[in-house]
Design a protein. Structure first.
Length: 147
């Protein structure tokens, strides 16, 4: 059973949420949504490499936080709640010099006030590159003020 607030959501609609953001700048592309996971790719290029020619750990963290935060956004009623990352960690396991990396976010916990996501990032050979955990606060949107 799908965990999403709108179970028929498609990757193209998710992609539009990231227009003009850091994820857009880094070339993050949402490619798949399953019943309980969200998948995206990111190129390893001049935007995402560190000076030694390897995928920058910060870029991996951006991919992880983008996946987890948007996944939380898709779980809740986004007309009533905002989803904001409050803690992220990432273990960088393998260097990548070129190609695409793929991140897959799966929920560890989806409560009323917090979500915790497990995000794994793989290289084009399906080798594990990074494991990350993101905690997201689910915050009620402030009521509209009336004059």
């Amino acid at each position: 059973m799908a965990i999403w607030f709108h179970p028929d959501i498609q990757p193209a609609a998710i992609q539009a949420l990231g227009n003009n953001t850091m994820g857009d700048h880094l070339g993050i592309l949402f490619t798949e949504i399953g019943d309980d996971y969200l998948k995206a790719t990111m190129p390893v290029d001049h935007r995402t490499k560190q000076p030694y020619g390897l995928l920058h750990g910060g870029a991996s963290a951006v991919l992880a936080e983008t996946l987890g935060s948007l996944a939380s956004h898709l779980v809740v009623d986004s007309s009533k709640f905002n989803c904001v990352g409050i803690e992220i960690n990432a273990n960088h396991l393998r260097g990548v010099r070129e190609g695409l990396v793929t991140g897959i976010a799966k929920p560890l916990h989806t409560g009323k006030t917090t979500h915790v996501w497990d995000i794994k990032i793989y290289d084009s050979r399906d080798k594990l590159v990074c494991v990350s955990r993101l905690t997201v606060a689910i915050v009620p949107q402030p009521p509209l003020s009336h004059p």
